[in-house]
Design a binder for this molecule. Structure first.
Ligand code: FMN
Length: 223
């Protein structure tokens, strides 16, 4: 009984051995694995935390549209004038967390955001379904609206005005952010709540040259 219990506690957990020097290939593999599992409508959904300059936090779900192993960054798209967009303009530090219950996995990423270029935003916007492009155009995201009927009326007008041009152009208040990671924690659930937590961090991470060289320090944390 005791040996069985200890055996389960010591059994292999999800982070590859030997522990990688760079967390991004594993993060990318976990995301792909969650998508392939077929268990999630949005395997790439992540909670994004931002805060005001005086430290009042807010959090919401956004979709992670790219994981770049090379640069150690994540990309998401939103409205720059939304609550999160305004908070990020004033305080570019952000944190995200993914949770994939089917595999007992959690991944946390912290870092600094920068806006994508207009060209990158345009390129992505063109790939979006027509209705999403219309929605992005009419939504003053996070602002109080008069009524839902009014919002839908505006959407109908934009659809009528732009359908011959195959939909609206990207509004300049809509675009993407790249989150440059300076800390990543991969969490793998284990028996007895003796979960495995590995954190990678880049010390002095405001220095972009250090981030570029990806000098990750790896540490194991108590669950
Ligand atoms: C599954 C899911 C995916 C979402 N994806 C996005 C997204 O990629 N971008 C976005 O701006 N909002 C997305 N949202 C809506 C946000 O959670 C949020 O309501 C909105 O961005 C306004 O947030 P804010 O007022 O804090 O800026 C998503 C919501 C859910 C539930």
């Amino acid at each position: 009984m005791l040996t069985d219990l200890l055996g389960r506690m010591f059994s292999a957990v999800g982070i590859p051995e030997p522990l990688p020097d760079d967390p991004f290939p594993t993060l990318s593999a976990w995301l792909a694995d969650a998508a392939a599992s077929g268990r999630y409508a949005d395997a790439n959904a992540m909670a994004l935390a931002t805060s005001t300059p005086d430290g009042r936090p807010s959090v919401r779900i956004v979709l992670c549209k790219a994981v770049e192993t090379e640069s150690g960054s994540l990309t998401f798209f939103t409205n720059y004038l939304s609550r999160k967009g305004r908070e990020l303009a004033q305080n570019p530090h952000a944190a995200v967390v993914f949770h994939w219950p089917h595999a007992h996995r959690q991944a946390r990423v912290e870092g600094t955001v920068e806006r994508l270029s207009d060209r990158e935003c345009d390129d992505y916007f063109r790939t979006r379904p027509l209705l999403s492009r219309i929605g992005a155009t009419v939504s003053r995201q996070s602002e109080v609206i008069r009524s839902r009927a009014d919002l839908l009326g505006q959407a109908a007008k934009v659809a009528a005005a732009t359908c011959l041009e195959f939909g609206p152009q990207r509004p300049d208040y809509w675009g993407g952010f790249k989150l440059h990671a300076d800390a990543v924690e991969l969490w793998s659930g284990a028996e007895g709540r003796l979960h495995q937590r590995i954190r990678w961090r880049i010390p002095g991470s405001s220095d972009q040259s250090v981030i570029g060289a990806r000098r990750w320090i790896r540490e194991e944390l108590s669950p």
